[in-house]
Design a protein around this ligand. Structure first.
Ligand code: PA5
Length: 419
């Protein structure tokens, strides 16, 4: 497994000057001495999840796979990790076990069409909510629950929730549903490597042992080293250096369609962890080269408040470009090259162009996009987020700002006790 950064296009930021701050922030994480230290259970999920824990998750996933398909219900941290991994690692045109998602929004038409699609099918549900009281997944679960005949619910529904609190725990206990526990000290956006992410990922037929193995390897690297060679320290230093020099928006750029939801997961991780107290880098994402034909102009030439972090996959299978007898499209100069090498050349050329347009660029190189590398990347981003948020001077593990809309919404909806 190898994941490394290339900072060729970000040298001018002088990020190494922030090493001392990053080291102090890393110590706060590891010594559990910073704000929010009650929520550091994610730090040791890779090393403390045993083979028997993984076997239990795999066994439960195998029972879910006896249905025709799984609906994974959850939102935010109880949704994005699984969606990211499934979309990064599955063949979108393949015949693998289907995992659909619900409860991550309240789009009436989506849910109506989902209910229609599920009606008459033998589907399973993994309902995921730490609090067990979140509106979006709660509404979706109510609707889907009724479609499963009562005598099948114990086989077909698994809850992932708190070990003792919340409506979902109560329902699981009353109905005798199988359940997995979200540890008290693991917050939603740091929960992908817990049963929150692992159960739906395993149900999709993906290798959760390899995912955890990659995370474990990354954990031991990040624990062992507090020099500027530590990739989480590097990332935290570069993004804070960029922020302090006015680059207040970070664009995650992926050249693989399958990484779209990995960027969505990363957006939540950094946005919810750092955006508080009037501070924080705004995390945005683009899929390239697609968005070079829409957002490319802005990135190259718009307000100079951005920097970009590019996900670069070194090796990938794919087609070779054919030679045509008539070179009417004038693309024969590419004949014989792999599609992947053309995509990577576009990446290099774009990074260079953006840099010359005033956009510092970091490149993260992964040897391959497989379960092991993705597990390592998840853990690297989580660890980097903890360091980066402490460098910014905020508590990475709370989210007081998400309550404001709920307060208004509950009052407007007439929820008892909310006026
Ligand atoms: O990261 C977070 O804490 C949030 O995104 C939550 O995961 C999200 O709001 C869902 O919460 P719950 O799992 O309690 O339904």
């Amino acid at each position: 497994m190898d994941i490394s950064f290339d900072f060729t296009y970000a040298q001018s930021l002088g990020a190494d000057k922030l090493l001392g701050e990053a080291q102090a922030a890393r110590s706060m994480l590891l010594n559990r001495s910073g704000a929010g230290s009650d929520f550091l259970g994610w730090l040791e999920l890779p090393s403390q999840t045993s083979d028997s824990d993984l076997n239990a998750i795999q066994a439960a996933a195998d029972t879910l796979r006896q249905a025709e398909l799984l609906v994974s219900i959850g939102i935010g941290g109880s949704y994005l990790g699984a969606r990211a991994a499934i979309s990064a690692l599955s063949n979108p045109f393949g015949s693998g076990f289907p995992v659909l998602f619900a409860g991550h929004q309240m789009d009436a038409r989506y849910h109506a069409e989902l209910l229609e699609y599920l009606s008459g099918r033998d589907f399973a549900i993994n309902v995921i909510s730490k609090s067990g009281t979140t509106t979006e997944p709660g509404l979706a679960f109510r609707m889907l629950w009724d479609l499963i005949p009562p005598e099948r619910r114990r086989d077909r529904v698994i809850a992932t929730t708190d070990h003792k609190k919340g409506a979902l725990r109560q329902l699981a206990d009353t109905e005798g549903l199988r359940s997995f526990i979200i540890p008290d000290d693991v917050g939603g956006r740091f929960s992908v490597l817990s049963p929150v992410g692992l159960l739906p990922i395993a149900a999709a037929g993906l290798d959760i042992k390899a995912l955890l193995q990659g995370a474990r390897e990354m954990q031991s690297r990040l624990y062992a080293d507090d020099s500027f060679q530590n990739t989480a320290i590097q990332y935290a230093c570069y993004r804070n250096a960029a922020y302090r020099q006015g680059h207040k928006i970070e664009i995650m750029a992926a050249y693989q369609q399958s990484l779209f939801y990995t960027a969505e997961w990363w957006k939540q991780l950094y946005g919810e962890s750092e955006g508080k107290g009037g501070k924080g880098i705004f995390p945005a994402a683009v899929n390239l080269s697609t968005d070079l034909h829409s957002m490319g102009q802005w990135i190259q030439d718009g307000e100079r408040t951005i920097f970009e972090t590019v996900l670069d996959i070194k090796e990938a299978d794919g087609p070779t470009i054919p030679r045509l007898a008539q070179d009417t499209d004038q693309l024969n100069y590419l004949a014989g090259r792999s599609m992947h090498s053309v995509n990577r050349t576009a990446l290099q050329a774009t990074l260079k162009a953006h840099h010359s347009g005033g956009v510092p660029g970091l490149r993260i190189e992964l040897d391959r996009l497989d379960a092991e590398h993705l597990g390592a990347l998840f853990y690297l981003f989580e660890f980097g987020c903890g360091i980066s948020a402490y460098m910014l001077g905020v508590n990475p593990f709370d989210q007081p700002g998400v309550e404001a809309y709920k307060k208004n919404m509950f009052a407007m909806l007439g929820k008892p006790g909310h006026s």
